[in-house]
Design a protein around this ligand. Sequence first.
Ligand code: PAF
Length: 276
Amino acid sequence: MQVIESVAAFRQAHGGAQKPLGLVPTMGFLHEGHLALVRRARAENATAAVSIFVNPTQFGPSEDFSSYPRDMDADLAKLEGAGVDLVFAPTVDEVYPAGFDTHVDVGRIGARLEGEHRAGHFQGVATVVCKLLAIVRPDRAYFGQKDAQQCLVVKRLNADLNLGAEIVVCPTVRDADGLALSSRNVYLSAAERIAALSLHGALVLARELHRAGVMDADEIRARMRRLIGEQPLASIDYISIADAQDLTELDRIDAAALVSLAVRIGKTRLIDNVIL
Ligand code: PAF
């Protein structure tokens, strides 16, 4: 496994790499969710590449960029064990050198939900993903469904800018109790972790109500809100039931709907979703 920090060195290694090449972009602190993407990339491509870069431009000024969990040694050991060929782990200066001044605006799909609550987040995501796809030039790039809106943003970006990668979206990986895996779960105390189960609980409730024939999105949102409201440690940023393609909020569920939510558990902000 080659670990490469500079764009120039990655380009060189890329030249000798066998195709197809699959890329898993990550911010490190790898868990089973990331490793599921890595295993899929490994199985489907002659070369498996992973990027590890905690991207400062996707964090707001009051968010957790500086405290975001990092453990490069453990990450590299996991990637080595998973049979990865190339790791691109650039510094911030390598990705954003002095004079850097181009930002990718993903338009409507990035303005909703997370975009409303985290100003500039998707501009940061789109800019770094665009750069990673331009540097690594993968045939396939792998993303987790847990970040459902990010997947839509990346698909839009990839299509609109003709970046030419196949965007592969992989299912959310959960702990046995239903909590979606996230690097930020490490912030949760024992009591907060219990409260955090209400996110999955609310999504399961939405699915059950829908299966039972409830099509009124407001009724489902209200029932989800009530369930999470039972947890004093939880504070809801949003609960959304939206068209799964363009993310416009729905009154009635008569097409594929993305049920998504962002909830603060103490100081930790978690997101999760399910498709109906
Ligand atoms: O999902 C993530 O870890 C990040 O948003 C990504 C796609 C690696 C871009 O920094």
